[in-house]
Design a protein around this ligand. Structure first.
Ligand code: NAD
Length: 230
């Protein structure tokens, strides 16, 4: 059986990373339009860099670790005899740290940067500023977070579309289903006769055939144990 899993900010909430839309509709106190669009970066690069510098520093401050949901998904990939593809909308690296290998970062990664002049991409673990220098083309102030902002094309869409066509089971974990194209993956999988399952604190859509409600750190390990027959 082919399993395709999509995760969102909810899978990392219990690791101490805030989800996208808090109760106030803001991401860490900011309107999305002010920090997560190419226009925002053009208007106020310092604010956008500072926002992601803070997120990156938080991710690396030594207190944020994969939780039992991340670990269970890595275990599923290791022990399941069929195919498991993990697609994450998260820009954190907690699935990587947990050991997931067949992993696609749909919206880019906080620990990567990209040069807007030469398109060089590389790792980044410190702040990006107007003084950062691209190691490839030596330009100053041209490095941005390698993150897919609203209005930009998500990564790996061809590979994901092919995987959804082959999927027997599509599982959505901790995502509100409010950001496209990811929100449309369940319908694509269902069109190809896949079973669909949502794991979340609350139901987000009627499109899923099955759902288990509860915190990811509890429902994901239980579901994985069930799939592995243990
Ligand atoms: P979202 O904030 O819109 O939705 C979060 C979902 O998680 C909600 O449906 C909520 O009910 C659920 N949830 C919250 N706590 C949970 C828990 N403990 N267990 C299970 N479910 C829980 O997030 P989204 O749908 O992923 O929005 C996508 C955008 O947010 C992406 O573009 C992503 O890059 C960005 N984002 C990423 C991070 C991260 O990398 N950790 C954090 C915030 C935002």
């Amino acid at each position: 059986m082919n399993i395709v899993i999509l995760t969102g900010a909810g899978v990392s909430a219990e690791s101490g990373l805030q989800t996208f839309r808090g109760a106030d509709g803001l991401w860490e106190g900011h309107r999305v339009e002010d920090v997560a669009t190419p226009d925002a970066f053009g208007r106020n690069p310092e604010l956008v860099q500072r926002f992601y510098n803070e997120r990156r520093a938080r991710l690396l401050d030594g207190t944020v670790h994969p939780n039992p949901a991340h670990l269970a998904l890595a275990r599923l990939e290791r022990e399941y005899p069929g195919q498991v593809l993990l697609i994450t909308q998260n820009i954190d690296d907690l699935h990587d740290r947990a050991g997931s290998k067949n992993l696609l970062h749909l919206h880019g990664e906080l620990l990567k940067c990209r040069c807007v002049v030469c398109a060089h991409t590389g790792e980044v673990r410190t702040d990006l500023t107007a003084r950062s220098i691209c190691p490839e083309c030596d330009s100053t102030g041209t490095l941005r977070p390698d993150i897919v902002w609203f209005g930009e094309m998500p990564y790996h869409l061809d590979e994901i579309s092919a995987a959804l066509q082959r999927a027997d089971l599509f599982v959505s974990i901790g995502t509100s289903g409010s950001v496209y194209p990811a929100a449309g993956f369940v319908a694509m999988a269902a069109r190809n006769q896949a079973s669909t399952l949502e794991l979340n604190l609350e139901a987000t859509s009627r499109e899923f055939r099955d759902r288990r409600m509860g915190p990811a750190s509890e429902v994901v390990p239980l579901w994985v144990a069930e799939v592995l027959g243990k």
